[in-house]
Structure formats: C-alpha cells, structure tokens
Design a binder for this molecule. Structure first.
Ligand code: SF4
Ligand code: SF4
Length: 144
C-alpha cells in the first residue's frame, strides 16, 4: 500500500463511526435465550438428582439436609459450568433456569464462583455447620 493510500485510509477512519462497541460502557440488549448464570428454585425440587447426573462438568451438587421435608441446598460452581443448559432441560419440575442478564462472571479470585442456593434458613444452617467443622474455612457465598 502506498503512503498516499494509507494516509487516505487514516483520514477516512478518523471521521467514521467506530465499528466496535465501547464495552463495558455500552452494551447491546442480550437475547432472551442467552444462557448465563444458573438459578435454582428449591421450593419445587424433589431431590431426584437428575440434574446432577446430567451435568457434564460436575458443576452442581445437591446437598440433602432433610429429604422427608425436602430441605435441599444446591452448590453451584460457576467456574466449572459450560452453560450447556442440560440440567435446565432435564429438570421435570422447572426448578432450574439460566439468566440472560447475569453473564459477566469474571473475577480475580475463585471464591465468588461457589454459590449456594436454597431456602435462606437452609443455606444459613449449612454455612454455620461448615464453619463449625472447619473454623479456618473461608465463608461461603450466598446466592447473588
Ligand atoms: S432435576 Fe430438578 S427436581 Fe431433580 S434434583 Fe435437580 S433441580 Fe431438583
Ligand atoms: S448448565 Fe450445563 S454445565 Fe452448567 S450446571 Fe447445568 S448441566 Fe452443568
């Protein structure tokens, strides 16, 4: 490319609208079906564990506190999740869903990637039990 053509390109580019988005200051609306962070509704869960068996990345675990009274807490390891939605599709009780708004999960530490879902009292019970068993343990993250 000649110098003249190059200067022409530069001058044209100076007055053209940028082709790129000024992320994170600007964001396009996300599609409704975007698969972001997984959410769990414990009120409908039967504890069948089908979602756990189907997860190809071992990203979810169901902690059974009391099966008779359906007290379950789901541990979700976001950093292992591939957002495949296999668990969502296979839950017959509609307990799982994926957010199309929460998809920016980058963090400098691993800890925010471990999330516990369940009824507030059950998550609290689990966190207290974990602290009693290992007082040095880092506090777990309640669901965002
Ligand atoms: S598949 Fe659904 S009902 Fe079964 S354990 Fe998972 S979330 Fe609960
Ligand atoms: S979306 Fe896929 S990888 Fe993530 S928890 Fe569900 S089954 Fe596992």
């Amino acid at each position: 490319m000649s110098i003249g053509a190059m200067i022409g390109d530069i001058l044209r580019s100076l007055f053209k609208k940028p082709a790129t988005q000024r992320y994170p200051y600007e964001r396009y609306p996300t599609p409704d079906r975007l698969r972001g962070k997984l959410f769990y509704d414990p009120t409908k869960c039967t504890g069948c564990q089908l979602c756990i068996k189907d997860c190809p990345s071992d990203a979810i675990e169901l902690i059974v506190l009391d099966k008779v009274n359906k007290r379950f807490v789901m541990r979700y390891n976001i950093d292992r999740c591939t957002y495949c939605a296999q668990c969502v599709q296979n839950c017959r009780f509609d307990c799982l869903s994926m957010s199309n708004e929460q998809y920016e999960m980058a963090a400098l530490q691993r800890q925010p990637f471990e999330v516990f879902y369940g009824r507030d009292e059950d998550v609290q019970f689990l966190l207290e039990r974990a602290t009693r068993e290992d007082p040095e343990a880092q506090p777990c993250q309640p669901p965002a």
